[in-house]
Design a protein around this ligand. Structure first.
Ligand SMILES: Nc1nc2c(c(=O)[nH]1)N[C@H]1C(S)=C(S)[C@@H](COP(=O)(O)O)O[C@H]1N2
Ligand SMILES: [Mo]
Length: 386
């Protein structure tokens, strides 16, 4: 066995210099540049959204520092020592929970994505230079730790008339959403942990609701009040925003579930494929209805398909990483992925969505958009938005 003397590409100087030591809270390497993307400074500074760099993510967990963030009135500073969660309304024993009391209750950790209802359906239209961060960056996936909402509701005791739970945030927007009791009891978490540590301020520190698989807007951050009621409160975000305008002119409200979606993250918009030959096509698939069962990838714009490999574990209402090795022959190609979830639902084409819901090609675009996403590779290897 010839282990030849291959010199390492490290200079003698580097090997004589002592490295850094003692960093109480770690930071990434100074050479890493991956970052969230904010809208131009022209829009109001205290409201808005930043997008996650999906093109840089490995695996299925979004680093907390790169999780997309959406807030209507900025990120408040909340001291966990004084923060309380009040539960009242149609309950037997109204109660205030301190953070330390919440942490004494039985806890669970679960990996789930959060996706804004406005993801993918807007902004990037008509911009051939759009990246996957611009087109799909309003979705991220973390491991969340907290108490089941069902545990808390059992603690306070539901009255027979209870049907909905209004969740309210302690931020200046008074963000509030009504959640049907069946979902509240099924899998909703009152979370204080994210990826092994406390929630980040942007994600709702010290406490948030985490409503798996549903439009991100219902996952109320900076949670301080749960009001058990008998009918939805019709707050601004459920009566006006996050509804879908249908072809008959009516609005579809309370469409909570984010349907099966997928997008190729590598290669993706704005990237350059360096020469012909083998490369791995990789991307993310997710469904608000459960597990991803299959992802197919086409390199000819959807004429022929091949089944991608899914990275285990494949979890319900979580990112699923898919991969397919491919040999680029230097010709123009159109890459696109198509997911199918465990309910049998197949991700539709943009044309199918437009046919079903009518055309809204303006800057507003769609809410709850999950159309297949093609990327074109030019002969020069430039990856562009189609
Ligand atoms: N209190 C409060 N909760 C909120 C919001 C808000 O502005 N205030 N924005 C909502 C929206 S629109 C989305 S998409 C998700 C985003 O969660 P994230 O910022 O942790 O990614 O939070 C939701 N919860
Ligand atoms: Mo959102």
């Amino acid at each position: 066995m010839a282990i030849a003397a291959i010199p390492a590409a490290v200079s003698a100087e580097e090997m004589r210099t002592l490295g850094a030591a003692r960093r109480e809270y770690g930071e990434r390497s100074q050479f890493e540049r991956s970052a969230r993307l904010f809208p131009p400074a022209s829009s109001t500074p205290m409201t808005g959204a930043s997008r996650s760099p999906l093109q840089d993510q490995f695996g299925i967990i979004t680093p907390s520092a790169l999780h997309f963030e959406r807030h209507h009135s900025g990120v408040p500073t909340i001291d966990p020592a004084t923060h309380e969660l009040a539960i009242h309304g149609l309950v037997e024993r109204p109660q205030r929970f301190t953070m330390s009391l919440l942490k004494r209750l039985p806890s669970v950790s679960r990996i789930h994505f959060i996706e804004c209802g406005g993801n993918a359906g807007r902004e990037h239209r008509g911009n051939s230079g759009a990246t996957v961060q611009q087109s799909h960056g309003l979705v991220s996936c973390s491991e969340w730790t907290g108490v089941r909402l069902s545990t808390l509701l059992r603690e306070v005791g539901l009255k027979p008339a209870a049907r909905w739970v209004l969740a309210e945030g302690a931020d200046a927007s008074r963000h509030a959403r009504s959640i049907p009791l069946a979902k509240a009891l099924e899998d909703v978490l009152v979370a204080y942990g994210q990826n092994g540590e406390a929630l980040r301020p942007e994600q709702g520190y010290p406490l948030r609701l985490l409503v798996p698989g549903w439009e991100g807007n219902v996952s109320v951050k900076w949670l301080h009040r749960l009001h058990v009621i008998d009918q939805p409160m019709m707050t601004r975000d459920e009566a006006a925003s996050y509804t879908d305008l249908m072809p008959d002119g009516k609005a579809r409200a309370f469409s909570f579930e984010m349907e099966s979606n997928s997008v190729i993250t590598s290669p993706s918009g704005g990237q350059q494929v360096e020469g012909r030959g083998w490369l791995e096509i990789s991307g993310l698939a997710w469904s608000g209805r459960g597990r991803i069962e299959q992802v197919d990838v086409s390199t000819d714009g959807g004429r022929t398909w091949r089944q991608a490999e899914l990275q285990a574990p494949v979890l319900s209402k979580a990112f699923t990483r898919f991969r397919l090795p491919w040999r680029w022959d230097g010709q123009e190609a159109v890459l696109v992925s198509r997911s199918r979830d465990e309910t049998g639902y197949v991700q539709p084409t943009r044309e199918a969505i437009v046919a079903a819901r009518g055309m809204k090609e303006g800057p507003d675009g769609f809410n709850h958009y999950n159309g297949m996403k093609p990327w074109k590779i030019t002969r020069e290897g430039m990856v562009t938005h189609v």
